[in-house]
Ligand binder design. Structure first.
Ligand code: ADP
Ligand code: TRP
Length: 326
């Protein structure tokens, strides 16, 4: 039987090159090999988006982005988290077997609060909802960026707490799957993140994307100087787009000197356009076909919910929760 993978993306803003190489490209590549469940984490996004119209729009945007980038709805199940409302029920059940200490160790919670996000219970319990997403479809692997690995480990812990508490083997412990591009740097060399304003957005206009790429921060080495590719933000992005052969050539040009950072930036802009230009066009077509996108999401939602109901029946049975008629 094919292994199952599941991953989610929050509809909390425009998707960028870091999201793509850190997470989304893996989701799309996995559709041929795995039984893929890819969902739009709209319950999670309520922690930051508290405007209903905007949340609806951003949810649709993530669906459009995935479809435009090549996620094939005949291969992968692309659904809205809220079409599987049982995740909130499983979240509650997991919270009754999970110690507060586990959540207090979550790095991303501390980071977000340190950056000024409100310390709501939703933010604190976010890893439990994430665990429920994963466990409710019995996922084997979870392809994510490096910052999410701790949440996947916590998910495996929570599955273990539940199984041990009830002496069952109902919840499957998942494993995180990392890309080579564990952390993609932004324009300033910090981790690319929408909260740092240092992103290159996937569906930006060609002009604006190029302008942003040309503004990537570099050191002040002169054109003739030999340069170190390993510490250069431009090179870090270039290697994500270029073939291994081209990357090796650029590394030589860096080390030899006689090349300005502007040349490397121009090449990144070209490669960006080659990679995302066709997706931009496809997205423009998809925007005009709202009912197609809605049909894809609702059919996938029914499929995911069907899988979730099977796991939930076993979970309820294990812990003695009775729901009339089921
Ligand atoms: P942001 O930091 O822009 O808010 P998210 O936290 O919503 O991005 O990340 C969504 C997904 O994209 C996660 O799986 C995360 O690991 C991945 N991701 C985001 N930024 C990067 C990055 N700079 N490098 C690698 N992966 C990233
Ligand atoms: N926490 C993830 C992020 O911020 C999104 C997410 C929610 C997720 N549920 C998930 C990722 C389940 C993988 C599996 O990017």
């Amino acid at each position: 039987m094919r292994k199952r993978v599941l991953s989610g993306t929050q509809p909390s803003g425009k998707l960028h090159v870091g999201n793509y190489f850190g997470a989304m490209s893996q989701h799309i590549a996995g559709q041929d090999e795995f039984e893929s469940y890819i969902f739009i984490a709209n319950y999670h996004a309520l922690n930051t988006i508290q405007d209903p119209k905007l949340l609806r729009q951003l949810t649709l945007d993530v669906a459009l982005d995935y479809l435009a980038l090549g996620l094939d709805p005949n291969k992968a199940c692309l659904y809205r988290q809220s079409d599987v409302p049982e995740v909130t029920e499983l979240t509650w059940i997991l919270s009754t077997v999970t110690g507060k200490g586990l959540l207090e160790r979550a790095v991303s919670y501390k980071d977000k609060v340190a950056k000024g996000q409100a310390a709501s219970m939703g933010l604190f319990c976010y890893p439990i909802l994430q665990a429920a997403d994963i466990l409710i479809v019995g996922s084997d692997f979870v392809p994510v960026g490096k910052d999410q690995v701790q949440h996947i480990e916590m998910t495996a812990d929570m599955a273990g707490y539940f199984n041990n508490t009830y002496g069952v083997n109902v919840l499957k412990q998942p494993v995180a799957k990392l890309n080579d591009a564990a952390v993609v740097p932004g324009l300033d060399g910090e981790k690319m993140s929408k909260s740092y304003g240092n992103t290159i957005d996937l569906f930006d206009t060609p002009k604006s994307a190029k302008k942003r790429i040309m503004s990537i921060k570099t050191d002040s080495a002169a054109v003739e100087d030999a340069k170190n590719p390993d510490t250069c933000n431009v090179f870090a992005l270039l290697r994500l787009f270029a073939t291994p052969e081209e990357t090796a050539e650029w590394a030589m040009r860096y080390k030899a000197g006689g090349m300005g950072y502007g040349d490397a930036k121009k090449r990144v802009a070209e490669l960006f356009e080659e990679r995302f230009g066709p997706a931009r066009e496809k997205r423009e077509q998809l925007v005009k076909d709202a009912s197609y996108v809605e049909d894809v999401l609702s059919a996938a939602g029914r499929k995911a919910r069907g899988e979730a109901e099977k796991v939930m029946a076993r979970v309820r049975e294990a812990c003695g929760i009775v729901v009339s008629g089921s």
